[in-house]
Design a protein around this ligand. Structure first.
Ligand code: SF4
Length: 236
């Protein structure tokens, strides 16, 4: 197992596991929605190349442990042919975690799937974009925040703008939160934004982070270093 570029494999969705010679295959699908054809293919791969089971990740992906190094290229070809995307790890953008929002949740105020698709397709901000450190985005359809937006680098939830005469629905944003060993609440932006405004802010936050962060520096730490006012000036 010498001379293996583990980081390149990680970027392709194959993560070295604790057991020597085996890799976890991490898959992802936009908004965590897997169609039956995807699930059938994943079950087939699990049976053929792994140990016949899959694990549901906290970021709404499906992963399969115990893939052998020599099978990686074949597995990757089969996944691509079936239109299944792979997840990632390391200093990169992770898959956006989204709850169903108003697609079927009774409490949902906004279409979380549409916003997530616009971030990926219109802004080109999608997994596995290289960044100074891990970077997580979460979208919730309402202030219940089932995807824990307050603890994400960029967190967005649907909200009613009670200050507006017609009580319009828009988005609240939290920037610079994280979980892990040193959890941090994101900076709450004190306004309910329209969808287009939210997209502009997201784009600027990513740009600011790419331009200014040191390697392995999370966004929340960078904001602290920059100062809240200076940061807000750059993104709004
Ligand atoms: S955050 Fe709101 S819309 Fe999303 S699943 Fe939870 S209750 Fe439903």
């Amino acid at each position: 197992m010498k001379d293996i570029d583990y980081d390149a494999l990680k970027k392709r969705g194959f993560l070295r596991q604790k057991q020597e010679g085996y890799f976890v295959l991490r898959t992802r699908m936009a908004n965590g929605n897997y169609h039956k054809e995807h699930l059938e293919k994943i079950a087939e791969i699990a049976k053929k190349y792994a140990r016949g089971f899959v694990h549901a990740t906290t970021r709404q992906g499906l992963e399969m442990p115990f893939i052998k190094y020599e099978d990686i290229d074949r597995v990757e070809c089969e996944l691509k042919a079936a239109g299944i995307l792979t997840g990632t790890s390391g200093p990169r953008l992770r898959t956006t975690t989204t709850c169903p929002g108003n697609n079927w949740c009774k409490a949902g105020l906004v279409d979380t799937f549409r916003l997530s698709d616009r971030i990926e397709k219109e802004l080109g901000i999608c997994c596995p974009m290289d960044l100074p450190h891990k970077f997580k985005t979460a979208i919730s359809g309402c202030p219940n925040s089932c995807t824990r937006v307050e603890n994400s680098d960029i967190g967005i939830h649907g909200s009613v703008d009670i200050a507006s005469a017609d009580k319009k629905i828009g988005y609240k944003l939290y920037i610079g939160g994280c979980g892990g060993r040193t959890p941090r609440l994101g900076l709450k932006l004190e306004k309910v934004f329209s969808e287009d405004e939210a997209l502009k802010i997201i784009e600027r936050v990513i740009f600011f982070y790419k331009q200014n962060a040191k390697p392995r520096q999370r966004l929340g730490v960078l904001i602290e270093e920059t100062g809240k006012d200076g940061f807000l000036k750059s993104i709004i």
